[in-house]
Design a protein around this ligand. Sequence first.
Ligand SMILES: C[S@@+](CC[C@H](N)C(=O)[O-])C[C@H]1O[C@@H](n2cnc3c(N)ncnc32)[C@H](O)[C@@H]1O
Length: 212
Amino acid sequence: MKRLIKILRLLKNQRSFRAALSTQLVFFKEGESYALGGLTTEEERQIVQLVKAAGRHTGPIIEIGTLFGLTTSLMAAVADKSQRVISVDNFCWNPVGLTPAMHEYFTRKILRTELESYRVELVVSGSEEFRSCYRGEIPAMVFCDADHSYSAVKEEIQWAKVLGVPLICGHDYRNNRFGVTQAVDEEFPEGVEFSGVALRLVKVQLLVHVQS
Ligand SMILES: C[S@@+](CC[C@H](N)C(=O)[O-])C[C@H]1O[C@@H](n2cnc3c(N)ncnc32)[C@H](O)[C@@H]1O
């Protein structure tokens, strides 16, 4: 029995070791911006412009996919004082292998000031569940940056369109690792504005669609 416990423990450690190693390898292979899952400095500049434009509308700014709250905090800093940022995450993924509980704890620490001042509301939920329960004011802007699969992005865009969200934007358009581009192109056949920087061979870009 003791031997079995020892083997199980060894296997568990081996799995954690492999996970830690693959995280480190991603950092070496991809460069910090992509590997850390957030926005580049250039993309942050674009987000600031979008949030300022969203100030022309009432309603909150919704970010789907908080990660560590770095973009959330930036959005809260530049948003109109009457607008709150609602950020949604189910803490299912982070680039450094934190458990969901540790991930949430860390993100809450980063966002402590914004959460205490109610500039930011952190909703711990899956995107789908959040969307189906949302009964608030029409958001001034929705920023999609959670599940990057075709179906998830398509559903988020459709939800925002039905609500009449004036500014629909997101991350990773034209990043061919994900299903974002197909979903966006199908939902906005008239085209979208986008900008961003090339990361190695992959273009990681923001997209924006303005509903008239
Ligand atoms: C690329 S990161 C978000 C980056 C963040 N917007 C930023 O700019 O720093 C994706 C985040 O979405 C979350 N996520 C993935 N699928 C989700 C889902 N279906 N519902 C809610 N959150 C999800 C992950 O836990 C992760 O924290």
